[in-house]
Design a protein around this ligand. Structure first.
Ligand code: ATP
Length: 203
């Protein structure tokens, strides 16, 4: 089988994440897409993050009961920084060698990818399924890459075709903070959760 893995902070999950997951699922005929909320997203260190229980609850609500999607607490259950290489290695143990992995991401994450821990190990374990993202400065790659990593990326990246979705979790948080509507930016159940729990209002 083929498995898509969508890691993120999901603070909150929004329509961009769901479109990304669905486009990847259809384009790559994925058996399932696993949403993996980060416990400690070390590449976003220094940024205030909603409690993990809230992020997990919102991802579960966003995914709903669609059997094509599942949520993994693997990174939330682990202490220390959430390294994707460790996550995929754990999933490899869980799913076995016959499962083909695609790690799904937006182009901003691909641009950052060379700075992740053990990028070559990640590319040994999974291919990257990448969607364009309409944000300035996210053209991969701003820097010269080591030859080995550049070669592995040439082999290991699959580009997804999806409409550009100019929605980010930061923009959703900002809109809530400013009292603006987030209707249609996030699924209704997530909107309701954010309202009920008073997320993103302060600051
Ligand atoms: P923030 O604004 O808080 O940094 P985010 O919207 O980028 O958050 P993440 O949870 O960090 O959301 O994203 C998880 C993954 O989903 C990343 O690989 C990111 O590139 C991708 N992604 C998020 N939003 C979109 C989008 N609108 N289009 C394509 N990919 C997206």
């Amino acid at each position: 089988m083929t498995l898509g893995i969508l890691g993120g902070t999901f603070d909150p999950p929004h329509i961009g994440h769901l479109m990304l997951a669905e486009e990847a699922r259809l384009a790559l005929s994925l058996g399932q897409v696993l949403f993996v909320p980060a416990g400690d997203p070390w590449r976003k260190a220094g940024r205030e993050l909603s409690p993990r229980e809230d992020r997990l609850a919102m991802v579960r609500l966003a995914v709903g009961d669609d059997p094509h999607y599942a949520v993994s607490t693997l990174e939330l259950d682990r202490s220390g920084p959430s390294y994707t290489a460790d996550t995929i290695a754990e999933l490899r143990d869980q799913f076995g060698l016959e499962t083909e992995f695609f790690f799904i991401m937006g182009a901003d994450s691909l641009a950052d990818f060379p700075h992740w821990r053990e990028p070559l190990r990640i590319l040994e374990l999974a291919r990257l399924a990448v969607a364009e993202r309409p944000e300035p400065g996210d053209a991969p790659f701003g820097e010269a890459l080591a030859e080995e990593l550049a070669g592995a990326l040439r082999q290991g990246v699959v580009w997804l075709r999806m409409p550009l979705v100019a929605i980010s979790a930061s923009a959703v948080r900002e809109r809530v903070r400013r009292g603006l509507s987030i209707r249609y930016w996030v699924p209704p159940v997530v909107e309701e959760y954010i309202r009920q729990h008073g997320l993103y209002v302060g600051g």
